[in-house]
Design a protein around this ligand. Structure first.
Ligand SMILES: [Mg+2]
Length: 114
């Protein structure tokens, strides 16, 4: 997900603060959900037009900050679990391709079992 230089910086930030002790998988999963909710909160109750204007304003920085929070926490979780996120994504894409073949899914957003 992150390149080696950025991942090293993220891990160093945590190590310097002795925060590994707080980053058990369950706590990281909960924190990811909290940060994803903070991202959603920025858009909450706004129309698509309002969101588009927001993304072209200074408030875009808030979106970038919350996305960064999610990615940082996901990076800790992947690192701690020894998970190869690129391999996991490719494996999941393969499963999704089976669930959502192009000929059935093109241009529609229905779930595979609907
Ligand atoms: Mg946040």
């Amino acid at each position: 997900m992150l390149n080696d230089r950025v991942l090293a910086a993220v891990l160093e930030f945590r190590r310097k603060r002795n925060w590994e002790q707080f980053h058990k998988p369950k706590e990281l999963a909960a924190a990811i959900t909290v940060e994803a909710s903070e991202l959603l909160e920025i858009f909450q109750w706004k129309s698509h037009d309002e969101v588009a204007r927001l993304l072209e304003s200074q408030a875009r920085g808030r979106v970038e900050d919350e996305i960064a929070d999610v990615v940082i926490l996901l990076s800790y979780l992947c690192h701690d679990l020894g998970l190869d996120v690129n391999a996991a994504v490719l494996a999941k894409l393969k499963k999704n391709e089976a669930k959502y073949p192009v000929e059935k899914s093109y241009g529609n957003a229905r779930k595979y079992d609907e």
